[in-house]
Design a protein around this ligand. Structure first.
Ligand SMILES: [Zn+2]
Length: 165
């Protein structure tokens, strides 16, 4: 069991944070952005970057080759659907994708929008960790947090409106 401190300061014991989130045991700040039968998308506002999305599987698996055929199709469809919404409603031009199989949680992909300030930390994979830490340590202010929460709301709306037939 691991102890997770929620943003409200409450500590909860969970076996796997991704399981707790995707099953609804823990509700992420900003809520569920969208979900399918196999995947669940939310933002981790501990890293207050506007438009950042974490796409997690609902099954407790770690590796890409553990996905079933149906999950593979659902994954790429949902990933690109979220990407399209980031572009259309938030004007996000580029996204970095980060996914590590040796996670202490389970299968989840970080979709990290690329903003101009991030190039101060490098242009490629080496900049991902410093960018996330910078956001966590220096961007947790009221104004930015409001922008982050607004972005979650517009993404959620864009991704959950009914498809036109
Ligand atoms: Zn899990």
């Amino acid at each position: 069991m691991r102890e997770i401190i929620l943003s409200n300061g409450k500590a909860v014991q969970v076996e796997c944070l991704s399981c707790a989130l995707t099953s609804g045991k823990i509700m992420p700040d900003g809520g569920v952005i969208t979900e399918t039968k196999y995947f669940h998308a939310h933002q981790d506002v501990a890293y207050p970057i506007k438009g950042l999305v974490i796409l997690a599987s609902k099954r407790h698996i770690k590796c890409f080759d553990e996905l079933t055929e149906e999950e593979k199709i659902d994954y790429i469809y949902l990933l690109s659907k979220i990407r399209k919404a980031q572009r259309e409603v938030l004007g996000i031009e580029y996204v970095y994708y980060f996914y590590n199989e040796d996670t202490t949680h389970h299968f989840h992909t970080w979709m990290v929008p690329r903003y101009d300030w991030m190039y101060d930390f490098g242009r490629s994979v080496e900049s991902v960790r410093p960018v996330l830490l910078h956001a966590r340590n220096n961007m947790n202010n009221e104004e930015n947090m409001k922008e982050v929460m607004d972005a979650i709301n517009v993404l959620t709306l864009a991704l959950n409106k009914r498809e036109a037939f």
